[in-house]
Design a protein around this ligand. Structure first.
Ligand code: IPM
Ligand code: MG
Length: 357
């Protein structure tokens, strides 16, 4: 029996609803396989934990997570807790503490979901954004002085290290090489930001020499937004800094039809620590408890998790089931349907059970 220990952290809002759905689907995949088992432990960390204990997770949170094979994460954010507390109290400490430096965000148009771009259909938009996930604009370096005074200053320093940039660049080139088109676009803003970003460009050129079969080009981030909208077919794998890729991945999700379906994987490529898998969407308190959250992003990221665990068959089977259900029009309201989370989940479970390939 292949058994994987999964730490589920549903956290806030619809995070709980979609992770519950995802856990159920994992169970069905295990049954379907017969020789596969997920040993899922749920942690009740998040904003409620913060309100009762004054912290998003216990001090030894990372120690508790370390023995797991992977982390399945919902969403953080609550209307009555400041966003920087929820973020820096849970998700970022896990990403940074476990050195999950590669944030991988695939986007494609799922059958049944319509892109807002005219004439762009399934297959026309199939990208993977590789987001640097350990430094850059999210390094937490900065401060405030003279608080509340007219002369108050706030600094937010981006940190780019040769080690950090080289490793994400290698990861991106490798990923591009593994995809059929072997095409990589390196995004920076090296015209205006003339230190760290120029270093990115230089390191990209150095790393490229080890990947002669990968075709690559460079884009400035502002021009990149235009290219994504006007010429989506010209892109495949994309690598960018923490903040640039944060923004581009929202745009990518919107162009593919909905952020509700977009997944993300926070990966430690060296596998020293558990990697973490989550939907990109947030806690969505406006629809929490209504049973209409779109579970597709949580399923898709579970598929990424299975791929990371080298359970390729289960990973592919899950995505096939999701695509079938969406193509059949069983969609939640955010993607134009009327189905509930329950109905989409049941349909995906049924498709997995009935998948004989
Ligand atoms: C994302 C999100 C987060 C980020 C937010 C919640 C801080 O937008 O995963 O893209 O910026 O990293
Ligand atoms: Mg974002």
């Amino acid at each position: 029996m292949r058994t994987y220990k999964i730490a589920a952290i549903p956290a806030d809002g619809i995070g709980r609803e979609v992770i519950e759905a995802g856990n159920e689907v994992l169970g069905v995949l295990a049954q379907r396989d017969g020789d596969l088992r997920f040993d899922i432990t749920s942690f009740d960390w998040g904003s409620d934990h913060y309100k009762t204990h004054g912290e998003m997770m216990p001090e030894n949170g990372l120690e508790q997570l370390k023995p797991f094979d992977a982390i399945y994460f919902g969403a953080v954010g609550a209307p009555d807790v400041p966003d920087h507390i929820t973020l820096w109290g849970l998700r970022l400490p896990i990403c940074q503490g476990f050195d999950q430096y590669a944030n991988v965000r695939p986007t494609k148009i799922i059958p049944g979901v319509t892109s807002p771009l005219r004439g762009v259909e399934v297959g026309d938009l199939d990208w993977v954004i590789v987001r640097e996930n350990s430094e850059g604009e999210y390094s937490g370096h900065g401060g405030r002085a003279h608080k509340g005074m007219p002369e108050e200053v706030g600094t937010e320093v981006s940190i780019f290290t040769r080690v950090g940039v080289t490793r994400i660049m290698r990861y991106a080139f490798q990923l591009a090489q593994s995809r059929p088109r072997k095409l990589l676009t390196v995004v920076t803003k090296s015209n205006a930001q003339r230190f760290g970003m120029v270093m990115w460009d230089e390191i990209a050129a150095e790393v490229a020499q080890d990947f002669p079969d990968v075709t690559w080009d460079k884009m400035l981030v502002d021009a990149m937004t235009v290219r994504m909208v006007k010429n989506p077919r010209s892109l495949d794998t994309i690598v960018a800094t923490n903040l640039h890729a944060d923004i581009l991945s929202d745009l990518a999700g919107a162009l593919a039809g909905s952020l509700g379906v977009a997944p993300t994987a926070n990966i430690d490529p060296e596998r020293r620590f558990p990697s973490m898998f989550e939907p990109i969407h947030g806690s969505a308190f406006d629809i929490t408890g209504q049973g209409i959250a779109n579970p597709v992003a949580a399923f898709w990221t579970a598929s990424q998790m299975l791929e990371h665990l080298v359970e390729q068959d289960a990973s592919t089977r899950l995505m096939r089931a999701v695509e079938k259900v969406c193509a059949d029009g069983i969609l939640t309201p955010d993607v134009g349907g009327t189905a509930t989370t329950r109905e989409v989940t049941d349909a995906v479970c049924k498709a997995i059970r009935g998948d004989n390939s």
